[in-house]
Design a binder for this molecule. Structure first.
Ligand code: UFG
Length: 354
């Protein structure tokens, strides 16, 4: 049965793994603004000190930052023990490139699955019983019915990355099902659709690691001249303009969803839930490029390219459960995603950093 979100925000001590990453940094700021005590765990391996500095400027102080690898159990335990107790953990720390996961599956299993196993083990030792997990709509593959609800079937993963999300969700279910008093009492897996955009201050955003796979950073890097052109992967899909359709949502809306998730899990009865987080409608690749050009006045050189292996044709979310369970709904526009992503990109300079 679906439990209602509590009316009032509860101040909690929250451990955020990957809190200097793209979604993590925006969530850390939103949690702090909501009055929570935040401790960041991030080894900065795939982000940058400037994101940490941006967080500090936005919240007006340096939040505790443990520079440890979540997959290093001894270091994680020692670091977190010095900051304990915690009421809840929000676990972002993971790699996220589908392409890289196909090239190097072991890396993804070690980091994403290994890191989650380590975190769960350390949470047991520190008596942290509530976990909000960063999952993905990739668990649904190409659904037969749109919009995708949380009852849509989980399919065989199209990539090792996708499989790591499925495995981690299952690990959380298994922990909660354990009768051990040390285990998790509550797990909440948030299945994100396509996060985009940056904080309106342009002090934090997605820090590029290598050539981006994702559409919006590739658009902004092309606009900045870091890339000569954008390839549109496929224009022969069965969609209104032939290009693939996704459900883009603003990263600040996503951050707000995590605040709602933390508030919810603090008051929830023991158990596991999964919730989709999206805008609830589809946007094609061409529409996304048009939205960027309209929002910024910058033209993107594009070329047509073959379909990208592993891509689904179209996917967008049902928002009903997020509204009912968390009292959350995305409100920021596609135009806002594009203009804020561009503002952040411009802070990174004219020369490619990668
Ligand atoms: N695209 C292009 N050109 C590019 C980059 C992307 O045409 O240079 C297209 C893709 O082919 C796709 C759409 O833009 O049709 C969106 O691609 P993204 O890589 O931005 O997003 P995906 O939907 O492929 O990936 C997202 C998450 C993954 C997750 C996946 C599950 O980024 O973490 O959804 O479908 F696994």
């Amino acid at each position: 049965m679906v439990q209602k979100a509590p009316e009032l925000s509860v101040v909690a001590r929250v451990l955020v793994s990957g809190g200097a990453g793209y979604i993590g940094a925006h969530t850390v700021v939103a949690l702090h603004e909501a009055g929570h005590d935040v401790v960041i765990v991030d080894d900065l391996r795939r982000t940058n000190q400037r994101v940490v500095d941006g967080i500090a400027k936005l919240v007006g102080t340096s939040l505790p930052l443990l520079r440890v690898d979540v997959a290093d159990e001894a270091a994680l335990l020692a670091g977190l023990a010095s900051q304990a107790p915690f009421d809840v953990a929000v676990h972002f720390a993971a790699y996220k490139s589908v392409r890289e996961s196909v090239d190097n599956p072991a890396l993804y299993y070690a980091n994403n699955v290994g890191g989650t196993a380590t975190l769960l083990s350390v949470m047991r030792k520190l008596s942290v019983h509530r976990l909000v997990f960063s999952s993905s709509c990739t668990v649904y593959g190409q659904p037969d019915v749109l919009p995708v609800t949380e009852l849509s079937p989980i399919v065989v993963a199209a990539s090792p990355y996708g499989f790591t999300k499925q495995v981690c969700e299952q690990m959380i279910c298994d922990e909660v099902a354990s009768s051990s008093s040390e285990a998790l009492t509550n797990g909440l897996s948030l299945r994100y659709f396509n996060p985009a955009g940056a904080h309106p201050s342009a002090l934090i955003g997605e820090f590029p690691f290598g050539v981006p796979d994702n559409l919006v950073p590739f658009i902004t890097q092309t606009a900045a001249g870091w890339r000569p052109r954008l390839s549109i992967f496929g224009d022969d899909y069965n969609t209104p303009d032939g290009t693939a359709v996704r459900d883009y949502l603003h990263v600040c809306d996503l951050a707000d969803a995590h605040v709602a998730a933390v508030d919810w899990i603090l008051a929830a009865e023991p158990g596991v839930e999964v919730v989709n987080l999206g805008m609830g409608h589809g946007v094609s690749v061409r529409q996304a490029i048009d939205a960027f050009e309209t929002a910024t006045g910058v033209t993107i050189p594009v070329v047509m390219a073959p379909r990208r292996p592993g891509d689904v044709e179209q996917v967008w979310s049902s928002c009903a459960k997020a509204a009912e369970l968390l009292g959350w709904r995305a409100t920021r526009s596609l135009s806002d995603m594009m203009s804020s992503a561009w503002a952040w990109q411009q802070t990174l300079g004219a020369q490619s950093l990668v």
